[in-house]
Design a protein around this ligand. Sequence first.
Ligand code: RIB
Ligand code: CA
Length: 310
Amino acid sequence: MKRIWIDTDTASDDAVAILMALRWPDEEIIIEGITTVSGNVSLEECTRNALYTIELCGKQVPVYQGAGKPLVREAVFGYFFHGPDGMGGMNYPSPKLEIEENHAVNALIDAIRANPNEFILVTLGPLTNIALALSIAPDLAEKIPMCYVMGGAAATLGNITPAAEFNIYVDPEAAKMVFHSGLPLTMVGWELCRGEANLDDEDIKSVLAMDTVYSKFTVDCNRQAIQTNREWLGEPMLPLPDPITMAIALDSSICTKKGKYYVTVDVESEVTRGMTVVDERGVLEKDANVTVCWAIDVPRWKEALYKTLR
Ligand code: RIB
Ligand code: CA
């Protein structure tokens, strides 16, 4: 049994990651809470998308709304990539499920303090909520055994800029705070979520051939992402960074190569804003603070996804 807490800027790939956790068949996964944060789409829209995904899976999970913008910068959205509603323009019906009263940051602090070292945290969006929680309750860093972060680009190209991956770029100050908070982190960078890790045309055909409401949802809500990935990044096929991170959180052996290094985040320059600087060679002689995933088992990542869609 695994107890997890998900922080998300729910758009099309986050939704598939949440669905994976809700439908994981290998062991009991208890999602203790889902907190939403402005990122891919507005706070209200990503909250709606999270509620819709939970309802689609016929489950009940408390959802708490969090930060509506980054700590100090203006909001940056990803409508161009995920579509006008973040879900490929599918205009899914409004969910009947409702959010909880408590603010996401308070809910996270209360839940972790009441259950020290019981939950793993999985972050799928900008780290604004997590930074706020840690600034109010620094003790959380010792009460969460591991936080799996979809974010960053370890010594390589970013996506939203040549230097930075979207989640870190949107709120680099929050990311820097979290990276230096003492919270145990496993960073799953964007570089692991492209190329052969994407779902290619054959993969998408096999997903659709499953002919379930979950397999159809996975492809439908990501149709804009497929198109934009091709037109904007020149990368064919469907990238699923959040589901890859969720797969690693649920089965850590899917990450086949990792190491712990000193990692920091640039907040000074506009050129390298949000760059995750990994001191792979230890030249800075600073304490390692982040476990970086360098490689994944691609067939096992895809099977981890498929078994939740059938
Ligand atoms: O860079 C990819 C990340 O940014 C994913 O989490 C995607 O959902 C967006 O939030
Ligand atoms: Ca996301």
